[in-house]
Each structure stands twice: as structure tokens, then as C-alpha cells.
Design a protein around this ligand. Sequence first.
Ligand SMILES: CC(=O)N[C@H]1[C@@H](OP(=O)(O)OP(=O)(O)OC[C@H]2O[C@@H](n3ccc(=O)[nH]c3=O)[C@H](O)[C@@H]2O)O[C@H](CO)[C@@H](O)[C@@H]1O[C@H](C)C(=O)N[C@@H](C)C(=O)N[C@H](CCC(=O)O)C(=O)O
Ligand SMILES: Nc1ncnc2c1ncn2[C@@H]1O[C@H](COP(=O)(O)OP(=O)(O)OP(=O)(O)O)[C@@H](O)[C@H]1O
Ligand SMILES: N[C@H](CCC[C@H](N)C(=O)O)C(=O)O
Ligand SMILES: [Mg+2]
Length: 504
Amino acid sequence: MRLSALLEAAGLEPAGEWSDAAVSGFAIDHRKVAPGTVFGAFRGERFNAEDVIPQAIEAGAVAVVASPEARVEGAAHVASEEPRRAFARLAARFFEPVPETLVAVTGTNGKTSTAEMTRQIWRMCGRSAASIGTLGVTTPDGSVSTGLTTPDIVTFLANMAGLAREGVTHVAYEASSHGLAQYRNEGLTLAASAFTNFSRDHLDYHGTMEAYFEAKMRLFDEVAQPASPAVIFDGGRDEVWIPKAIERAKARGLDVRSVGEKGRFLRLTAREATQLGQVLTVEFEGSARTIKLPLIGEYQAANALVAAGLALSTGCEAGQVFDALSRLQPVRGRLERAAIAPVGAPVYVDYAHTPDAMEAAIAALRGHVDDARGGRLTVVFGAGGDRDPGKRAPMGDVAARGAERVIVTDDNPRGEDAGAIRAAILEGARGAGGEAEIIEVAGRRDAIAEAIAGAGDHDIILVAGKGHEQGQIIGSGDDMRVLPFDDVEVARECAGRRNRDTGR
Ligand SMILES: CC(=O)N[C@H]1[C@@H](OP(=O)(O)OP(=O)(O)OC[C@H]2O[C@@H](n3ccc(=O)[nH]c3=O)[C@H](O)[C@@H]2O)O[C@H](CO)[C@@H](O)[C@@H]1O[C@H](C)C(=O)N[C@@H](C)C(=O)N[C@H](CCC(=O)O)C(=O)O
Ligand SMILES: Nc1ncnc2c1ncn2[C@@H]1O[C@H](COP(=O)(O)OP(=O)(O)OP(=O)(O)O)[C@@H](O)[C@H]1O
Ligand SMILES: N[C@H](CCC[C@H](N)C(=O)O)C(=O)O
Ligand SMILES: [Mg+2]
């Protein structure tokens, strides 16, 4: 493919003497440049790739997308004030074709669940579907991890093209705020977009809630196709951010389709919890429908409705969509029933790693605790290192208010002192001033074991924060190690060990 053709298709300036260069690939890391590569030289948080432009050209780069000030000698300089965006647009013209129906999901919590549920619904409606997000690239054959929720733009686009080659026609992907801010998913035509909710997270990176919200709004402002459907969850409780999101989508001229208790497109009129799921009554196009959702928790109902909204907005037939909701499979690590303690108490694993998510996960289980028979809720959790430190105390606070027993432990300490992270959470938990028993147990395996060993017959245990994750990340940079760790497996082992110990 000629550089000139790509530049023209992307609406970028011609490359003069370099126009005839043949492009063989794209890279954002100079160590991955091969002859014929277009190199995106970005100024990052830790590294300024403009410093390695000569090495990239030496390795065969034919064009470098970089800021106008960058020095590029011996290859085309595709200059842009926003090089990440220009690079994405160019790369999107190279990695073609891509699946014809693409939808993007953003929001603080619920992106993975919604993308995965959308994939499942599409599949049940007969589409060949995949999802890309925290769980990796998921197809009916399984998941392959990419390491990030929104992979870098080259991995993202290459995966899209790969999926199209395999015959996948529908892809739901997660647009994280980091991904949106760094233009990691751009240049594609979206059939629809979605917004699940908004609450505190990632303020280490974005600084303020407003800046974090703005990063998310790039989805509606710039990434979504004009006039395309925007499915927005509106349960009526968030009277600040959801109305703002709706406003922004309208301002861009998107076709806003709200779902939830205040939904105009798909309205939730009743919700009744059952032991292993819930019965939802929804109103769609003037008629009421009953859905037996086989998943517990209000938050899972919210995500299922957003997923239904996306499926309905991409050509699926309503009857099939509502029928599919009744057959949804659980999303890995989201209120997953992992084990049963020897006394009979169930152990749930959930990915709650923000205060709002913790509240949602606790609320989902609270109703299942048999208070009348002395049942208690135990929450085991920590908070990630090198991530928004301001969310730690609020997570402790929410847990201490919602549970009877709080066991504070470790969750990916990364480059930070694990004890200091626990201390911040404990301060929040103790500050809640409630009756909850608050315990600190360094080491996640010991904490889970302690929770199970101390459980009563009618208790429920929630192990939060790591969900599907397969490792504990210790250290950073060159010292980083990932120690194998899986909450579900550890819960099963601890429950089993206790089984053997007690003979029960
Ligand atoms: C803060 C953040 O998001 N950083 C990501 C970002 O880094 P950056 O652009 O600042 O990169 P940098 O390391 O300073 O390097 C700048 C540029 O130089 C290049 N480089 C670097 C070194 C070198 O020798 N040669 C070279 O060319 C890099 O490829 C990069 O393009 O781009 C890098 C390349 O794609 C990512 O690896 C990196 O993710 C880091 C590791 C990370 O931990 N990110 C997390 C916070 C994240 O993105 N999480 C979100 C949200 C999770 C959620 O809530 O769902 C996610 O989408 O996963
Ligand atoms: N709609 C929701 N409202 C409130 N909390 C939710 C909602 N959906 C999920 N959660 C909580 O957030 C956790 C993570 O859910 P999920 O993985 O779907 O979100 P995510 O947005 O993909 O997260 P991440 O930012 O890590 O990628 C769940 O385990 C649950 O505790
Ligand atoms: N995508 C989120 C996941 C956090 C999960 C939690 N286990 C942690 O490590 O903080 C992040 O990168 O912030
Ligand atoms: Mg996710």
C-alpha cells in the first residue's frame, strides 16, 4: 500500500518526495519498527519517542507521525498537533477491512460486562460476534489477553482486521478513559456507542472528575458517527453526570436511547430478585415484556439493559434480544459464585475496584444474606498500587458501611508499599464509625482463608477487586513480577482445604 494513498484516505497532507513509499505496517514502539513501517512517535508519560526517531528510521521506518517540532530526517514527517489521532486515522486506513458492525462502550464500571453481554446477545441472534476489552479479545473460541482494557491502537486495529478475516461481523469493544484520551481506538465507523455510568476512578491520571468525564465524552464528541445511536443508562439516581452525558450526546446530534428506570428507549418498570437471578419487567415500543435474567444484582440488570439497547440498535429483532437476555451466561469474575465454605456460606468473586462498584457489589449480595438467622456479609479486598490513591479510603468506607466483616488485604501493590495501601483503606473503613469488624490480613491468600475459616452458616463472602485476574502484580518497571493468583481458584482451594481439615 502506498503512503500517498493512505494519507489521502485519512484526509492528511501529502508526503511530497516520500509519497511513493510502500507501507508494510504500523508501530508505536521503535523496537517494533521493520522496513516499510509507519512509526508513531509520541510523547508519553515515561518516555518521549521523538528521541528515538533516528533509530526508527534506521530500522526502516518510511514515515513518522509526530508533532510539528519533531526532527524527522530520512523519512516522511507526518506532522500533527495531535499525532496520536493522526496516526490512528492513518492506521485505520491500513488495517482493512474491519467487521461491519462495531459498537463502543464507555463508563466507569460495567464496560466489560456490557461488551460481553452484547457479544452474547448478538451470538444468540445469529451474528458472528466478538468483544475486545479487559477480558481480552473474546470470540466463541475463548479469550486472548491484550494486557489492557483498550489495547494500543496498533494491537486494536490489527485485532479488528484479524477478526474480520475470521468472519466476525460484530464487535463490541470497551473504550476506557485512558484509551479515549490516548486515541487508542479511533478511525473506525461505529454503528452505536454506549455509556454505562460515571463515578470516581483514575484521578491519578485525569486529575479531576471533570477532566475524567471529558475524556469519556470524546466517545460521543469525536469517536461516534454523527446521528448514530447512543445507548445511555439512566436509572434516575445519578442526577449529575448522566444528564450531562445525555446532553453531550444530543449536542453532537446523536440518537440518544436511554435505558433503565428512566429510560425512554427501554424502560425498566419492575425488578424482583430471585435466589439465582431476577425478573425484570421492561417496556419497549409501548408493550411490556418480562425477562427472567439468570444473574443477580441490580448492576447486572443495568448492564444487561445497555447491552440489549446496543443489540436493538444494531438490527437485532426485539423478541430475540429479550429471549437472549434470559439465556445470558455469567461474565467471568463479576459476581461469580466461586466456592462454598464448609459451613455452607457461598463465596462470590467480583471485580469491584472503585467505591461505586463496591457499593453495587455489596448491594447485589446484601439481599441474599439471611439476616434473620444471623447471616453476615464479609468483604475481602484491597486496592491497586500506582492507581488513584484517593479511592482507597472511600472503598474502605463503603465496605464498612455495607458489610459486617471487612478484611483488608492486597490487590496488585505494583510499585507501592502494600502496607501503606492497606492503611489508607483501613483509615476509611474505621472512619465509617459503624459496627463492622475490621481486620487487616497482609497476603491475599491468607485473607481469603481467614474469611472462609471465620464464616458462619448463613454468611456470604465477597472477594472483590480482582475478578478474572490471573496474577498479583508486585513491583514496577524492571522489578515487576506477576505472581500467579486467581481469586476463584484460591477460594476453592481454601474452601476445600477447610473441607479436609474439618472432614465436612
Ligand atoms: C498511563 C497510560 O495509560 N500509559 C500507557 C501509554 O503510555 P504512554 O503513551 O505514556 O507511554 P510511554 O511509556 O511514556 O511511552 C511513550 C511512547 O514511546 C514509545 N516507546 C517507549 C519506549 C521505547 O523504548 N520506545 C518507544 O518507542 C511507547 O510505545 C509509547 O508510544 O501507552 C503505552 C503504550 O500503549 C501503554 O503501555 C501505557 O499503559 C500503562 C502500562 C498502563 O498501566 N496503563 C493503564 C493505566 C491503562 O491504560 N488502563 C486503562 C484503563 C483500565 C480500566 O479502567 O478499564 C486500560 O485501557 O487498560
Ligand atoms: N452498571 C454498574 N453500576 C455499578 N457498578 C457496576 C456496574 N457494572 C459493574 N459494576 C461493578 O464494577 C465491577 C467491574 O465491572 P466491569 O468489569 O463490567 O466494569 P469495567 O468498566 O469494564 O471495569 P474496568 O474499568 O476495570 O475495565 C463489577 O464487578 C461490579 O462490582
Ligand atoms: N482496569 C483497572 C483494573 C483495576 C483492577 C485492580 N485489581 C487493580 O489492580 O487496581 C485499572 O487498571 O485501574
Ligand atoms: Mg473492563
